[in-house]
Design a protein around this ligand. Structure first.
Ligand SMILES: [Zn+2]
Length: 319
């Protein structure tokens, strides 16, 4: 296995932003997001004391910038290494809260869904060359170990290099979710808790949303067609009824990795999406698509028409 393998990413011109072109539409979707009965979810809030940590970091950076201290590798390790280690140990213990509401940031939801879509775009070969219809927009620059949970969970080709796109030529995933210099056509609101509870979990020294907790999020798609909806639903696992993985500890108690469960019963980091309603806002939306089921089925059909040979719907599915 080698990181040295570079995948050729299939790209085409990006779909226009900010206008609705022929046979496309803007649409608003409402989702319920729930923590399954066999899982806890950990979404970190801001740690108390982060402010003072940031100011000492800033003052050290300023000292170096003004040339008051020599900069060599040892100095960096001694001064900055210690600070980062301190912060790591302190950790983030509280569940994110906006005012009185527990919340999952829209950016976290979008990130988790986008990565799922990237991994589901499998490799195919043309001659000796590996290709894919998706880049990795934020690939870790250091190779993961073959034994890392991430590689074990997703498969060894996740460490192959899939260079990030730059417009105007972009891959299927960047065209919808955006990339450097190209805005996203999909926007998530922060998901606010509507039912359930957050509790401190002693074993992990963090707050978690308990099984059965529910959140709501709205998603807006711009200048979309049904294959775009298909990509979104693919990442939300609408075609498999599987939960997605999110937040801290998502591999720690993962059944797929053969890990022991938390308290012998629970996974961590599972989240399930359910489409509750939708509203076409602008453009050409077919009048026969009225129910959520029809919308999901049509999206699946169009996704498979376009990318059927290039996606693996079952990849990353959880029990
Ligand atoms: Zn891309």
């Amino acid at each position: 296995m080698s990181r040295g393998i570079e995948v050729r990413v299939e790209r085409s011109n990006f779909t226009p932003r900010g206008e609705v072109t022929e046979n496309r539409f803007n649409i608003l979707l409402e989702f319920e997001v729930s923590v399954p009965s066999n899982s806890y979810v950990f979404i970190g809030g801001m740690t108390r004391g982060l402010g003072s940590w940031l100011s000492s970091l800033q003052s050290k950076i300023e000292q170096h910038a003004r040339g008051l201290k020599p900069v060599d590798e040892n100095t960096i390790m001694r001064e900055f290494g210690g600070l980062f280690e301190m912060q790591r140990l302190r950790g983030v213990t509280e569940f994110l809260k906006y005012g009185q509401n527990y919340a999952i940031p829209g950016s976290s939801l979008k990130g988790a869904i986008r990565s799922r879509v990237e991994y589901k775009f499998k490799l195919f070969q043309v001659g000796a060359e590996y290709r894919s219809y998706s880049c990795y927009v934020a690939q870790n620059p250091w190779p993961s170990s073959p034994t890392s949970p991430h590689v074990k969970f997703w498969g060894e080709d996740v460490i192959y290099t899939r260079p990030t796109c730059f417009p105007p030529q972009v891959c299927a995933v960047c065209d919808l979710f955006g990339c450097p210099s190209l805005s996203s056509r999909v926007h998530f609101t922060d998901a606010l808790m509507t039912a359930g509870q957050v509790q401190y979990v002693n074993e992990l020294r963090r707050e978690a949303a308990l099984p059965g907790s529910k959140f709501k999020t709205s998603v807006h798609l711009m200048n979309s067609d049904f294959s775009d909806l298909g990509l979104l639903f693919l990442g939300m696992e609408h075609f498999t009824s599987s939960p997605i993985l999110i937040g801290a500890f998502k591999y720690r108690f993962n059944e797929k990795l053969g890990r022991e469960r938390l308290r012998n019963r629970y996974s961590t980091g599972l989240l399930r999406f359910e489409l509750q309603s939708f509203k076409p806002l602008l453009g050409d939306f077919p009048s026969d698509v009225i129910s959520c089921n029809t919308l999901i089925n049509r999206a699946r059909e169009k996704l498979l028409e376009k990318y059927g040979n290039y996606v693996d719907i079952q990849r990353g599915v959880l029990p």
